[in-house]
Design a protein around this ligand. Structure first.
Ligand code: AMP
Ligand code: FES
Ligand code: ZN
Ligand code: ZN
Length: 324
């Protein structure tokens, strides 16, 4: 029997078994927006005085996040990094088009776009192939480039908070992986907020308590167009395998993922209350200035061919709004 919205008795678009809560389209949107505001405040992510840059991939989570933050009236703009990934269907082109379409519908916000191949002369798969990092898969090079460029651009453009669209399923898969391997350092740093430090923006994940099906439903009821496909290189990734395992657990025990994550955050407060990061001295990278543990060049600058390196100092994203 189709369920009814708990608040208004109209047909429900989603039934969240872990909350024993079914809601119609309107009440579900309202719930997502209110819950996000609650998480932002609870974890002290940012305030209305902060300028927030949301990293948008063209997928449901990050575009939904951008949409919610705009509804909440935060000072938020988007950043899309073009990675030059084709996968036989123009993955990166389609992702960019989705981000651009969203920005065009929202004149109150700006999309910054930096295209990696145009800026540095190589796509992510080409960089990975040249440097032979990551056992034939570009994902580790991709992660490194994204982290460096997001942080650099946030800093250059004066945003002190960088938000990503990671959802509960993402966070729980990583938590599961870190726990299986008892990667204590990673566990200590896995949190909804990573505070700013010299040279690094504050990193926040306002959607970390929403299930993937909730962010997808939100994007659909809000009419946000997004890329359905995953990155073509994600296939076979360990985190996807863990996600499948965890989905089986969730099917048997609704709420298991949320419980695992929230119980971890609680335990984390005691376990890591006196945690000291292993003291590594950071130096500014000789080329880009971003803090790095190795003297000389940071890992990103080392990845680039020598003649390309000076570009890091001047590479500016383009503003999509100014092209309209
Ligand atoms: P992923 O690592 O692909 O699961 O993405 C996690 C988060 O990183 C997304 O929710 C976005 O916030 C951000 N992100 C991923 N890819 C990009 C991209 N190409 N440009 C900007 N942000 C991205
Ligand atoms: Fe970077 Fe898939 S998104 S390799
Ligand atoms: Zn309702
Ligand atoms: Zn550098």
């Amino acid at each position: 029997m189709p369920r009814k919205c708990r608040k208004c008795q109209r047909p429900a678009v989603i039934n969240m078994r872990q909350h024993k809560l079914a809601l119609c389209a309107d009440h579900f949107q309202e719930w997502v927006v209110n819950q996000t505001e609650r998480f932002i405040k609870k974890y002290r992510m940012f305030t209305h005085d902060d300028r927030v840059l949301v990293a948008v991939s063209g997928g449901k989570d990050s575009l939904a996040l951008w949409d919610v933050l705009l509804q909440l009236g935060y000072q938020v703009d988007g950043l899309y990094l073009g990675l030059g990934i084709d996968g036989g269907f123009g993955y990166s082109d389609e992702s960019r088009a989705m981000c651009q379409a969203f920005a065009e519908k929202h004149p109150e916000t700006t999309l910054h776009v930096l295209d990696i191949p145009t800026t540095y002369g190589e796509s992510i798969p080409e960089m990975a192939a040249r440097t032979r990092r990551g056992k034939g898969k570009p994902c580790s090079v991709c992660g490194l480039v994204k982290r460096h460029e997001m942080n650099r651009i946030a800093h250059d453009l004066g945003y002190h908070v960088l938000a990503t669209g990671h959802n509960l399923d993402d966070e729980v898969a990583v938590l599961f992986q870190n726990t299986l391997n008892w990667q204590v350092g990673y566990l200590a740093r896995q949190a909804p907020v990573l505070p700013e430090s010299p040279g690094f923006a504050r990193k926040v994940k306002p959607f970390c308590r929403f299930y993937e099906r909730e962010t997808a439903t939100y994007a659909i009821v809000r009419g946000i167009d997004y890329v359905y496909d995953e990155c073509p290189f994600a296939e076979g990734a360990t985190t996807i395998y863990y996600k499948e395992l965890l989905n089986r657990l969730e099917a048997d025990k609704p709420g298991a993922k949320l419980h695992f994550y929230l119980a971890f955050l609680k335990a984390r407060e005691t376990l890591f209350a006196h945690w000291q990061e292993e003291h590594v001295e950071l130096h500014p990278c000789e080329n880009c200035g971003q803090p790095t543990s190795a003297p000389g060049l940071c890992t990103f600058c080392r990845l680039l061919p020598e003649e390309v390196r000076p570009r890091v100092r001047h590479a500016q994203p383009i503003m999509v709004k100014s092209m309209l």
